[in-house]
Write a new protein. Structure first.
Length: 643
């Protein structure tokens, strides 16, 4: 029987029958009142019956026209109630028009006041009945339509965004959430009601209300929420033990079924707790630059390279060529782009190493790219300290090979992806990237426009701390950090890729682009926040252990933004380093030293000879202990408030 009444068609038939009975009752009541109070006691019963049927048929006709019975009244909008009233009034008017086609002695003839009053009363009582049903339905505490428990939620933010969320939660038949009150910092809003829900002041007392009302989850619905405010709110409401979620735009890949541009309730991400707003660099003018171009991306299967490919695919390139030595990564991004774009994207995937100049020549000769993004590199600092030869062969000589081939085949622009570890490097990986910058910068006489883009750590990239911390939390801990004092500058993968592409559109000759990355972040704070985001208590459920600095690691990366050496571009967040490039001959001399060290070390384990060679060709190279011993007095550590 319950399943029968859950059927939509059955419910509509029952509602229709109830409306007919309501009309009969109202019409009969009006008729009897007319007989009692009218000066014409001989009221014609036949005329009353026929004219009533005309009025009923007219009302039903317009209710069908306005699709009144297509609504689900538990969740419907104000417009549906307006349509019901309009339908009944139109029905009354139609009945009058029909009756006037007959003489007043005809049974069809209907009095104007009879028609309008009965139609109005029918509309009024129909609306009241539906509102009553809706209120009764909503007042069934603790249960949703299928009998499952409701989840009580509090909404932080009683503005327009919070009101929209509350409306969605109270009208949707699919939600299990039951909003019980709002929380806001605005004194003008507290004490009032929004969508009939009270608005409380954000203070210590509201934490008790959250407990008293059995609130299980807290939704943050604040437009243009800064990372500082997100961090403050998250830390404050973490005290309640409730799950804390954002009413925000969906994060890419977090929910493949999410509608782009439509806000949804989602989990907090570590990116939300960065100490600055995420930056969107990529404008329409830059996108147009890549349209109808043949573009090749080395390392296109990696974290940054694959995101560059995603962004490029949106620009309608003439052809996109993904080059990578690791076939699994290349396959993954290929399948992702094929699923999304199909035949609309002219895509090629080639397995190749940048160490193999002949293979590169074959690819460039065949595809003739207009633009090259060079993202192929070894980037893991401790591993490259042990395998320095590989860092030189892949990063430095691979960049040299790719740049040479790009010049040979007339590439318009060549963009190198670099790192903040190239600034006063303390390890082979950082030094190798500084050498890559030299290889690019020395080619100011080339017909190809070369440029390099330097940025900090990328959240969520392969080899970064985020995936490592996630695995450690999933295993029950502990989270391992090298030193509680260590700080880094962070950006998201989309930010990094957009910066690279924006710089590519700007590049002319040998520029070194850098990004204003905001404030540094303590890795310890990152670990604490990730534990909290996973629903655990730091150092209680999940331990945080120091394991000591790794080979070549320093406590802080030096500020990229030293204004006396930078020129601002049209984008206020992107700058150009004023760095005097070496000549090609000088770079070739440095590479000759490195090639000799690699040759002499080819049968050895370790990187002693390579490291000595790197020190001799990179004047800014420093030992980690030189940097770390004075770390406390550095501007970077002071800005991060690390003692």
């Amino acid at each position: 029987m319950a399943s029968l009444f859950n059927n939509g068609k059955v419910r509509r038939v029952i509602l229709f029958i109830m409306d007919i009975l309501m009309f009969v009752g109202i019409n009969e009541g009006y008729y009897q009142a007319t007989r009692i109070f009218s000066n014409s006691p001989n009221y014609n019963d036949k005329k009353y019956l026929v004219s009533s049927l005309v009025l009923l048929a007219s009302i039903v006709f317009f209710r069908l026209v306005f699709r009144v019975y297509s609504n689900i009244w538990r969740y419907t909008s104000t417009k549906a109630y307006f349509n019901l009233i309009l339908a009944d009034l139109c029905g009354g008017a139609l009945a009058i028009v029909i009756s006037r086609a007959f003489p007043d002695t005809s049974p069809i003839y209907l009095g104007i006041w009879h028609s309008l009053n009965v139609a109005s009363l029918t509309a009024l009582f129909s609306v009241l009945a539906r509102l009553t049903y809706r209120l009764i339905y909503k007042s069934r505490k603790g249960l949703d339509p299928d009998g499952s428990p409701h989840i009580n939620v509090a909404i932080v933010g009683a503005g327009q965004l919070g009101a929209i969320l509350a409306s969605d939660l109270t009208t949707s038949h699919r939600t299990i959430y039951n909003p019980v009150f709002f929380i806001d910092t605005d004194n003008a809003k507290t004490g009032s009601r929004v969508h009939n829900l009270p608005v409380y002041k954000e203070n210590a007392a509201v934490l008790e209300k959250i407990k008293r009302y059995s609130v299980s989850e807290i939704f943050i619905a604040i437009a243009n929420l800064t990372s500082e405010e997100a961090t403050r709110i998250y830390n404050f409401y973490s005290l309640t033990g409730c799950k804390i979620k954002l009413y925000d735009l969906p994060v890419r890949d977090a929910n493949p079924n999410a509608v782009p541009g439509k806000r949804t309730i989602r989990e907090f991400q570590i990116e939300d707790l960065l100490f600055r707003q995420p930056i969107n660099f990529f404008d329409s003018e830059s996108k147009n630059y890549y349209s109808d171009k043949t573009i090749l991306v080395t390392g296109g299967g990696g974290s940054i390279g694959s995101e560059i490919c995603r962004q490029l695919a949106k620009c309608s390139p003439k052809k996109l060529i993904i080059v990578d030595i690791y076939e699994n990564n290349a396959y993954d991004i290929q399948q992702e782009l094929v699923r999304k774009y199909g035949d609309k994207l002219n895509l090629a995937v080639e397995i190749a190493s940048v160490r193999d100049k002949e293979r590169l020549s074959c690819l460039f000769k065949n595809y003739r790219p207009n633009i090259v993004f060079h993202a192929a590199a070894h980037k893991h600092v401790p591993l490259m300290e042990q395998s320095g030869c590989e860092a030189i062969k892949n990063n430095v000589l691979g960049t040299y090979n790719t740049a040479d081939v790009a010049e040979e085949y007339g590439v318009e622009k060549f963009i190198l992806i670099s790192t903040d570890k190239a600034v006063n490097p303390t390890n082979i990986m950082g030094a190798s990237k500084r050498l890559c910058e030299m290889v690019v910068q020395c080619r100011t006489d080339s017909k190809t426009s070369f440029a390099a883009v330097r940025f900090g750590n990328v959240l969520g990239s392969n080899g970064s701390v985020i995936p490592l911390f996630k695995r450690q939390i999933a295993a029950g801990g502990p989270i391992t950090i090298t030193d509680k004092r260590i700080i880094r500058y962070f950006m998201t993968i989309p930010e990094a890729s957009q910066l690279v592409m924006q710089a590519g559109a700007m590049a002319n000759k040998g520029e070194l682009f850098v990004l204003d990355m905001g404030k540094p972040v303590r890795i310890y704070d990152l670990a604490v926040n990730m534990i909290k985001l996973s629903g655990f208590e730091p150092d209680v459920d999940i331990k945080i252990e120091e394991i000591g600095l790794r080979p070549g690691e320093k406590l802080y990366e030096e500020l990229l933004m030293k204004t006396e050496t930078l020129d601002m571009t049209e984008n206020k967040m992107i700058f150009i380093e004023r760095d005097t490039p070496l000549t090609r001959e000088q770079v070739d001399e440095k590479l000759a030293v490195l090639k000799q060290a690699v040759e002499e070390s080819k049968c050895e384990i370790g990187s002693a000879k390579v490291k000595e060679a790197v020190k001799s060709v990179v004047p800014t190279f420093r030992e980690p202990n030189e940097i770390n011993k004075d770390a406390a007095s550095s501007n970077e550590m002071k800005e991060a408030k690390v003692n």
